[in-house]
Design a protein around this ligand. Sequence first.
Ligand code: G3H
Length: 547
Amino acid sequence: MGNADNNMYEEKLCNSFPTIENVPQEYIIDSKKYKPIYLLDGKIIEWTGPLKDVSSPICIRQNEATERLIIGQVPMMDEDAAMKGLHAAVHAWNNGRGEWPTMSVKKRITSVEKFVARMQQVREEVVKLLMWEIGKSMDDSYKEFDRTVEYIIKTIDALKEMDRNNSRFSLDNGVIAQVRRSPLGVCLSMGPFNYPLNETYTTLIPALIMGNTLVVKPPKFGALLHQPLLAAFTECFPKGVVNFIYGDGATIISPIMKSGLVDVLAFIGSSRAADILKMQHPRPHRLRSILGLDAKNPALVMPDADLDLAVRECVSGSLSFNGQRCTGIKLIFVHKSIKDQFLTKLIDDIDKLPQGMPWEKGVKLTPLPEFEKANTLNGYVNNAIEKGAKIINKGGGTFYKTLYRPAIVFPVTPDSILYDVEQFGPVVPICAYSDEQEFLDFVTLSKYGQQLSLFGNNPKIIARLIDQLTNQVSRINVNSQCQRGPDTLPFTGRKDSAEGTLSISDALRCFSIRSLVASQANETSKDLIQQIVLGRYSSFLNTDFIL
Ligand code: G3H
């Protein structure tokens, strides 16, 4: 592609950014509204120390310049302030005897129900912040919010069900017992920037409802959107149960981990960061980790695949939210015999994806929040080109500031960076294969083991691949893209991709431990237990049935 073409695409991207007057009235953001606040021990406090600007991926054109808009500031807390957050959570836990960890399941559920009702009042504000902070399209921002609310409601239902099952006594071998699930202690929860609300809450809420106390550190991008919810935490939960801290991970998280006071690490991010955090804990055997980490999910498009369907799923799998999903399809293997038809359709469909600002109707590709991301992506692309690949779509890889036109790169060879790296952006690397062993080798040798997609229609071949690959990844998607949902299904990964399993019901297990009260089933013990239950003296030992 000539320079003139590149300039044309670049200019188009440049013109996609609005002037401040062009931002629709309902999406204008008031940067003065967001003060640098944090949540400590039940109080919302304004931080008076150093601050960091929140720089939106949405750039604003003004005169000759087009720059990222500053939409607020967040605290850059120091070690001392962060440790206060930890100590508030430790105090609220109070060796498992705090008000929250000993509260009955029914009362904890009532608190979370109150919280979710409050949460729904700030839907519009949180959605607007999702658009401005991470550039997520309006449709996807609403989906993220609504999915989170639904997750909380289903978590409440799952806990009710679990509690009903645990509200009975067992009698075996002369021992009478009641088995329940108890909280673990203090949980440090950190979500990722691509789902800053949803993936923070998919650990925060189950940890909370099971009776743990928390320190939450919002992600680097997507920190402000937690502000409208801080008041709800102070209203719905005892003080110190949930604390929000902000700042640089090395400054505020390292001392927290090194203190040894964290019992549960819930982290969604890179395996490199997770390793560092885990190793900082002085007694690793006392740390439970629930981790969602890197992935490089491949798709295999076989000769008999339904090409329309395969292309549709590969486009959505590779480019939903600009490819910034841990479950995204990040490498496509297409059989040599169908590569031309597949690539033609793929180019066509990607070319049609509307690119623009998050509030534009039907927009699919939006600005990227990470600094210098376009250059990083083009570094990978150029490396693949050096190894013999080409960008096969017009204008692919062109960028202006934070808007990047997707690059379809073909044929990507195993010696290219793009073959292994998790690009986490709008680059679609494709390999042509002739023997399915090439795909099997990729999956087997990969550091990652989250999911994969198979596109084809031969039952014997699909069955054989399923049996060869189920012990390599955690989910095989047949004729559909990789994804986390529905949230009732287990979400996990092998190798460097995850530790622990999350789903609505699995998460309740992750953030709790089985505890039981047992006794010889003699008359005296039975009578004692009966008195405790009938007198309703214990919140643990009871037969209440939560409706
Ligand atoms: O970024 C990783 C998310 O868990 C992906 O969830 O498949 O629903 O987009 P999703």
